[in-house]
Design a binder for this molecule. Sequence first.
Ligand SMILES: [Fe+2]
Ligand SMILES: [Fe+2]
Length: 160
Amino acid sequence: MSVQELIEYFKREAEREEEYAKRLEDTASKSRNLMLKTLMKAVSLDSRKHAELYRALAAMLEKPSLVTEEESDAVLKEIERHIEEERSSIEELERLRKDERLKDNAPALFIIEMMLRDENFHHALLKRLHDSVVKPHTLTEKDLWEMLWRDALWHGTPGG
Ligand SMILES: [Fe+2]
Ligand SMILES: [Fe+2]
């Protein structure tokens, strides 16, 4: 498969995820069960996210320089604040997870665990994004990206 074919494939996948998101949302809107309705909606939002990610895959193959573009100081400062925001969300959810009032409430605990998983990932992701643009480029571009992204998906909070 040529690179051009791969780009076309990513674009088709983006479309498929958008279409699927609509069908999930439709099912959610008909649902009467709050847990089912909410989680269907959540999966639908993830599907829209996947469409965006497929579009990014297509774009970075079309124009690789987009990925190494320098970032402004203003954006980096904002990312630092977002990292702190994710950290406080994690602390808040950790407290809720142990709340006596929610003890034995399996659906509530399921939603809290789900958010905790997301927030841990967001925190790690934002930290890596930030580091990847502020770390001095003493390593080769390839080494740097490998180092920064290798464990991003599996480790909640690298280095705190
Ligand atoms: Fe998906
Ligand atoms: Fe978050």
